[in-house]
Design a protein around this ligand. Structure first.
Ligand code: MRU
Length: 377
């Protein structure tokens, strides 16, 4: 996608041979600063995922895949048996960075297969090829999600000629959450580019405000009309006919269609069901966990630092209300107030109108999901 008119992916390498380096967009600096960082070591890659310099299910997976390449380069000088031990340790360090998104373990398993029996330069080359393949596939699958999801938006637009289609989204499942395009926002970009009048209600998405900081920023870069709303506004808008559909992303989806996504998604799904608003979840196949059935009971939910709830960070304003004075963090509760911070919740399949994948749209049910992925039967 484009930033100030220049094409970017969220993760890429630059340079040749020993000079080749891994680069990312630092998402903790957005929207106030567009900053590119180099990840030099496996420790850097783990930190980038854990501290959410990169985040979003697809991008976490792609970063872990590139992390394996970085690990292989670090260990390439070792004899084969020591190389294998070091790689196992690095993969474990990458695996435990964040627990909820399926894409992380999925990417590591792909790398494990690609590297089986290899060491040294051969392993480095194989890890590079597999990371690049995972990144390219992520971008292509998200592009296809856009094409399939666009048809749903088209159908809604056809029922209200000349009027704008209002789409509500939660958190950030745009190109910043993947390598390119995104999941929930890819249909929005496809519809907008096809000339369908769309407008997006952007949930701010406390506590880390991915909606306010990231979704609003990337929609703005693409020129898509949008309005930021406080997290609790969606139900009110739905009651007043101001939301035509909801599309969210997902971090892990079971074979029966239960979907873990950013905390607060479940409440939006309840409001959508109560108001007859279609609620879609968009994801590439790497986000399915085909081993799980019951999302509420089985999907591991990350609990993050309480300070993400207690403290907010943003741009400082001058006396005229203008930004550009740097950023600052502020405490928003009494100093001794404790907090809890669950990062995700699970929306049961019964509240989901359909799942949009790279293979098409299916019902949120075991039959629906396995209809698209028969090899998982
Ligand atoms: O904690 P994050 O920002 O990594 O959470 C992931 C998300 O952005 C959302 O839950 C998103 O809708 C799914 S990831 C494509």
């Amino acid at each position: 996608m484009k930033v100030e008119g220049r094409h970017f992916r969220t993760i890429w390498t630059e340079g040749e041979g020993p000079q080749e380096r891994l680069r990312i967009i630092d998402q903790t600096a957005l929207p106030h600063e567009f900053r590119i960082l180099d990840l030099h070591s496996v420790a850097d890659v783990c930190r980038a995922i854990r501290e959410m310099w990169v985040r979003g299910a697809g991008l976490i997976g792609a970063t872990a895949a590139w992390g394996v390449w970085v690990a292989a380069r670090e260990a390439a000088h070792l004899p084969a048996d020591e190389f294998a031990v070091r790689m196992a340790m690095s993969m474990e360090a990458l695996r435990v960075t964040r627990p909820t998104a399926s894409n992380l373990v999925w990417a590591l398993q792909r790398q494990q297969k690609a590297l089986a029996g290899l060491s040294g330069a051969e392993a480095v080359a194989a890890a590079h090829a597999e990371a690049q393949a995972i990144a390219d596939e992520d971008a292509e699958f998200c592009r296809r999600i856009g094409e399939h999801g666009k048809r749903i938006i088209e159908a809604i637009a056809a029922k209200k000629p000349g009027q704008t289609v209002n789409i509500l989204t939660h958190c950030n499942a745009g190109w910043l959450a993947f390598v390119d395009w995104g999941s929930a926002l890819s249909p929005v970009y496809a519809a907008f580019d096809a000339g369908i009048p769309v407008h997006v209600w952007v949930d701010e998405t406390r506590p880390r405000n991915q909606g306010a900081s990231l979704t609003a920023w990337e929609l703005g870069q693409h020129g898509v009309p949008h309005s930021l709303i406080a997290d609790n506004t969606g139900g009110h808008l739905m009651q007043h006919g101001m939301v035509d559909m909801v599309i969210t992303g997902a971090d892990r989806v079971t074979r029966c269609g239960d979907a873990a996504n950013k905390i607060g998604t479940y409440l939006k799904a309840l409001a959508a069901a109560d108001n007859g608003v279609p609620f879609y979840v968009a994801l590439p196949s790497s986000t399915f966990d085909f081993a799980l059935r019951d999302g509420v009971r089985e999907i591991p939910i990350e609990e993050r630092s309480a300070d993400e709830v207690r403290v907010m960070t943003g741009a400082l304003l001058d006396g005229d209300g203008q930004a550009g004075q740097g950023t600052a963090s502020v405490l928003i509760c009494p100093e001794n107030t404790g907090a809890r911070n669950w990062a995700f919740d699970v929306t049961p399949a019964r509240l989901i109108s359909g799942i949009i994948t790279e293979r098409g749209v299916c019902a949120a049910s075991e039959d629906g999901v396995l209809g698209l992925y028969p090899e998982q039967r």
